[in-house]
Design a protein around this ligand. Sequence first.
Ligand SMILES: [Zn+2]
Ligand SMILES: [Zn+2]
Length: 394
Amino acid sequence: MTVTQSSLHPRATELVDEFTQWRHHLHAHPETAFEEKLTSAFIAQKLQSFGLDVKTGIARTGVVATLHGKKGSGKRIGLRADMDALDIHETTNLPYASKHPGKMHACGHDGHMTMLLGAAKILAENPDFTGTVDFIFQPAEENEGGGREMVEECLFDSHPADAVYGMHNWPGRDVGTMAMKPGPMMASYDIFEIIVDGRGCHAAMPHLGRDPITAAGQVLLALQTITARNVNPLQSAVISPTQIFAGDTWNVIPDTATIRGTVRTFAPDIQDLVEDRLKTVADATAKAFDCTARVMYQRRYPATINSEAETAIAFAAASRVVGADQIDQNPEPSMASEDFAFMLNAKPGSYVWLGNGPTDGNCLLHNAAYDFNDAAIPYGVSYWISLVEECLSA
Ligand SMILES: [Zn+2]
Ligand SMILES: [Zn+2]
């Protein structure tokens, strides 16, 4: 492995206090999917103050700012940060803890916005590159598919990037390290609901009805045979039933039983296989117990798949910031998912992880005690700037 000298951008270090203040402000004012109004206004105001061309209202609360290089026209790249918080009641007791009860930046998107804003500020001071950069601030990453909505609202017609890049903070990896690889980084996210219909009756006379609870129990077990017996053992898939409910009282067999859950895969053909088998297994198993099954299967987010060439560029850019020896080039992909996948389906690009420090205590994404690590800010800012240099140096 080649070892290169790491170097933070000098302005990223000089301005770190200002960036940290932005991060704490954003942390204190979390907003969830498509309600990022204060967040959006804060971002737009900052970007305008840097002299950028700012468009608001893309995918409702999204903001995109464009910066042209002073060396003339050339390639165009999009750099994306997500904006939304989660429905979590924060327990950090930090001085800048959430002022919005029940809402919290527990996924570090406050840090993502800060780092992209910081890079925009520094690049706008001296746009010493050839081509164009779009700073994409995307709403509603967690559940509602703000990334899809931006693509559907023709983000890449108005801002025709040649490639797009994303980044997520990653607790459990040291500050000053990064991770990336071509191919899948994050899984697809599908949801399902299986309603098993039987016929309710007196619990003491089950032979007079058709028990959906026993049938649902068999369906629940049979679902796991899909990953165990149908998916190639060298491929990955998870089927996790997460909710099951039926009945209201002790002595009545109900009419229906419902199972809900999620499916995660990396490869589109495995996703097809699991959806197909899940429907067949639910239907045929319910029938075997004299019931029927109604299956709802919904694909929410596709897998996040990095392209080869753009990941090599991301690696070169990251190497100049953290040093090649601090980059994990073969991270285990995460079974979590990410709606940047919609942008990566539309354009080549790369999604990387930025080390956010140890997972001591409850320092885990989506935990009520999580706080983005400010020590990572200069690394993220410097990576974005290095990436622009790497992509647009022609
Ligand atoms: Zn999250
Ligand atoms: Zn996140």
